[in-house]
Design a protein around this ligand. Structure first.
Ligand code: KIV
Ligand code: ZN
Length: 390
């Protein structure tokens, strides 16, 4: 079955970098941008050029460096922002300006002290102005998750008419349920005149832990771009995690959707971003957490040793992890011990294994995890005459 392509818009360097205390310097941003390009993302949101001279320079340097992906700069619906972003993006092979404004009643009333008609006028003016600098203009309707669908459709229709090539529908506060977010995308797909001229984009925050589910609901209902970050980093509870959406689409071919991402680089990219931002990846994080392919209970270990697919739905090699790990703890069984002993050079007979296992349990009760070096010690403690062949 031929698959529809979903564009991956990476915002690690913009929305992701808004994590308190995790600022990247210009050099680190360049290294990450180069890796994102290699990973196969379609668009790199490199920063918010008007926000500081440092951000302007980073966007400008990334625009010079990136070979394949489009490079994008964020703006408010403000002429000066757009001019500065256009200037920063000048060297890019594929420049994109990302402009927009809040569309929920709460934003219109409290943030802008304005009304719906004036917001549409500002949105159109911003897109038209951005269009005078670059062909590729993405419009974001901030807080679209809490914007009523009818008004949101009117905004989208007006900006598509003004030339927007991408319609970003952010669930800025991470409030939506997957059904609700999916229905919003479907509503826009069915009710915005001219919507076929633009790509609908999902930009979901994770305040209720639903960012990934909402993004998937979005593409199932017709969106063809997902905005996400490596490790799901971002302000508050973060953004949609790139590695999760990429692997969900890959592991579910019946959805008929795929991305250009080279998944074998996912693990390494995750470590790189984690290290540069000084932000650890939680061990149980899907796809890239240290425990994502580690098995510690005896029943699971026995199953995985017999056939990896018993307890794993992803081949670790597909995301750049060398192999599943069998962690030896007091809950491990003989199969796991024999497997790990073999890896360090001991071929144990059944009788030997019985004896080594009893010694192992004594060790495991004292230690949280048994390392390779402990295995040598355990075998020596049995006083059996077993030679390591490694
Ligand atoms: O979450 C959001 O609404 C945003 C926009 C600025 C795109 O990050
Ligand atoms: Zn955001």
């Amino acid at each position: 079955m031929s698959k529809d392509k979903v564009d991956i818009f990476d915002t690690t360097l913009r929305d992701g970098e808004q994590v308190p205390g995790c600022k990247l310097d210009a050099e680190q941003k360049l290294v990450i941008a180069e890796r994102l390009d290699e990973l196969g993302v379609d668009i790199i949101e490199a920063g918010f050029p008007i926000s500081s001279p440092g951000d302007f320079n980073s966007v400008n340097e990334i625009a010079k460096l990136v070979k394949n992906a489009a490079v994008c700069g964020l703006t408010r619906a403000v002429r000066k922002d757009i001019e500065v972003a256009a200037e920063a993006l000048k060297p890019a092979k594929k420049p994109r300006i990302h402009t927009g404004i809040g569309t929920s009643d709460s934003h219109i009333r409290h943030k802008f002290n304005s009304d719906r008609e004036s917001i549409i006028e500002r949105a159109v003016a911003a897109v038209s102005y951005a269009k005078s600098f670059v062909e590729d203009v993405e419009f974001y309707a901030e807080d679209a998750g809490r914007t009523d669908n009818e008004f949101l459709a009117r905004v989208c229709e007006a900006v598509v008419k003004a030339g927007a090539t991408v319609l970003n529908i952010p669930d800025t506060t991470g409030y939506c349920l997957p059904e609700e977010y999916g229905a919003k995308i479907r509503y826009l797909k069915e009710n915005v005149t001219g919507v076929h001229k633009a790509t609908l984009s999902c930009h979901c925050h994770n305040d209720l832990g639903l960012a990934t589910a909402n993004s998937i609901a979005g593409v199932v209902n017709g969106a063809r771009q997902i905005e996400c970050t490596i490790n799901g980093i971002g302000e508050r509870a973060g953004n949609t995690s790139l590695e999760e959406v990429v692997m969900i689409l890959r592991q579910h071919p019946t959805l008929g959707l795929d991305t250009n991402i080279n998944s074998k680089l996912l693990y390494d990219t995750s470590r790189m971003v984690s290290e540069k931002m000084g932000m650890i990846v939680q061990p149980n994080k899907a796809i890239v957490g240290a425990n994502a392919f580690a098995h510690s209970s005896g029943i699971h270990q026995d199953g995985v040793i017999k056939n990896r697919e018993t307890y794993e739905i992803i081949d670790p090699a597909d995301v750049g992890v060398n192999e599943s790990s069998i962690v030896l703890t007091a809950r491990s069984g003989r199969a796991a011990l024999a497997y790990r002993a073999k890896l360090v050079g001991y071929e144990l007979t059944k009788l030997q294994l019985d004896e080594v296992y009893q010694e192992f349990l004594k060790f495991a009760d004292r230690k949280k995890e048994i390392l390779d070096s402990d295995i040598h010690e355990i075998i020596e403690a049995t006083e059996l005459d077993i030679e390591s062949v490694s």
